[in-house]
Write a protein that binds this ligand. Structure first.
Ligand code: NZQ
Ligand code: ZN
Length: 391
């Protein structure tokens, strides 16, 4: 077990009747609020009106920026940072899914500097973010965990780049997690969110670093929770228990707790970010296609134990079978969950992706180096994994 620091100072208001705390929380940071949101789902579900009422009742001044795209774009970030400067904003309020929250994080950072916020993300520059305006969020989609982490992922469509970065000042101060705000999430987005959460756990669980038994059990519990409740939420969108379990699982899958000092690069995420940078596909969908193929690619005599543990503890596969059989059944079970139960598309051609950009995507995903994940991946390995996703 490695040394680690765990420090996640996000105040979470979880549940149905928490929004009346919004005004008091925002007021702690000042009076001028920039509320950010996406393409309008928050208006359709009546959340917009409730939030505006809370802000007005608290006597705060409200500014708005709407239209933040899924796979949010740097142009929206620039616009938000500019608005913060122009209107002397004290606090940002992101109302939406991961895209809205991610974009808002970099607006909050961009508001405090004179240079282009893309410089926080561009690997060629990677200017460290030292300061950001305070961020409060109201989550409406369980998936990314952006509500409880200090990361964000932004796309630059001009250069076909999609980069993520993590900086402690970007951690939200307060997150409102009301599962009823996710009742309207479509079965497709619910499935993609579940695939994203599963991947956040799998990226850490499949690890060759020193293990921590307690955290493995915790991760297995989280994965079982997602496997159990995602199909319920797809079938019965207003099932509170299902939505609540998924919402809290999304936060805990990526808030740093499960790492427990394990340090290892993620594998499927960098590969997926290239897919969504080039083809603007939904992040969770790309991960669903990649993850079982990556698992297949990494399976060998040295790595098999982890697959056995996963197969037996998460999918209940017979522990007396030969190790390699358990491992293969584990991958099949995960595929069945993603493509059968959740109904996600299985191959890249099914989502409109061909081989045209494989070379450049593979090169960019390893950042010109080696992805030191569960097994080290070089450019040629990534290309092979993309190739495995063709059928
Ligand atoms: O834009 P609106 O109208 O709000 O509609 C959104 C959008 O079309 C809709 N939606 C959200 N809440 C809804 C709803 N529709 C009905 N009812 C609701 N309650 O869902 C669509 C997708 O929303 P989006 O925010 O894009 O989804 P998600 O939360 O999956 O975020 C994906 C982005 O987060 C990044 C991804 O790469 C992607 O860009 N990630 C961020 C991470 C982080 N911050 O730590 C980690 C992840 O691995 C991920 O990379
Ligand atoms: Zn993800």
């Amino acid at each position: 077990m490695n040394d680690f620091i765990y420090d996640i100072p996000v105040r979470v208001y979880f549940g149905r009747d928490q929004l009346h705390h919004l005004g008091e929380e925002l007021k702690k940071f000042g009076t001028r609020v920039l509320m950010t949101y996406g393409g309008g789902s928050i208006k359709r579900i009546g959340l917009y009106d409730r939030v505006v009422k809370e802000i007005k009742d608290a006597g705060l001044e409200l500014f708005e920026l709407s239209g933040i795209e899924p796979n949010p774009r740097i142009e929206s970030v620039r616009k938000g940072a500019q608005m913060c400067k122009e209107h002397n904003i004290d606090v940002l309020l992101a109302v939406g899914g991961g895209s809205t929250i991610d974009a808002t994080k970099f607006m909050a950072a961009g508001a405090c500097v004179d240079f282009d916020p893309w410089d926080f993300l561009d690997p060629a520059k990677r200017v460290k973010c030292e300061r950001a305006l305070p961020i409060v969020d109201i989550l409406t989609l369980s998936a990314t965990g952006s509500e409880m982490d200090c990361g964000g992922v932004i796309t630059n469509p001009e250069t076909r780049d999609k980069y993520g970065a993590m900086y402690p000042p970007l951690l939200p101060k307060v997150s409102f997690l009301d599962p009823t705000n996710t009742f309207s999430v479509s079965p497709y987005q619910t499935a993609c969110g579940a695939a994203d959460m599963m991947s956040h756990i799998i990226e850490v669980y499949f690890n060759t670093n020193t293990d921590l038994y307690m955290l493995d059990c915790f991760m297995e519990g989280l994965m079982k929770t997602i496997i159990r409740f995602a199909p319920v939420a797809m079938r019965e969108p207003e099932n509170y228990e299902a939505r609540a379990n998924l919402m809290w699982a999304s936060s805990w899958a990526i808030n740093g707790f499960i790492n427990g000092g394990k340090c290892q690069a993620w594998s499927c995420h960098p590969m997926e970010h290239e897919l969504s940078a080039f083809y603007d596909i939904t992040h969770g969908l790309g991960l669903a296609i990649l993850t079982p193929r990556w698992m297949e690619y990494c399976l060998n005599e040295q790595t098999v134990d982890k697959y056995v543990q996963f197969g037996v503890n998460v999918f209940g596969i017979d522990a007396t079978l030969p190790q390699m059989d358990i491992a293969r059944k584990a991958i099949d079970s995960l595929s069945e969950f993603l493509f059968g139960t959740l109904g996600l598309k299985r191959t890249l051609p099914e989502v409109g992706i061909d081989r045209e950009h494989f070379d450049v995507m593979a090169r960019k995903s390893v950042g010109g180096r080696v992805l030191n994940g569960f097994i080290p991946l070089r450019e040629e390995d990534v290309k092979k994994i993309y190739e495995m996703c063709m059928s």
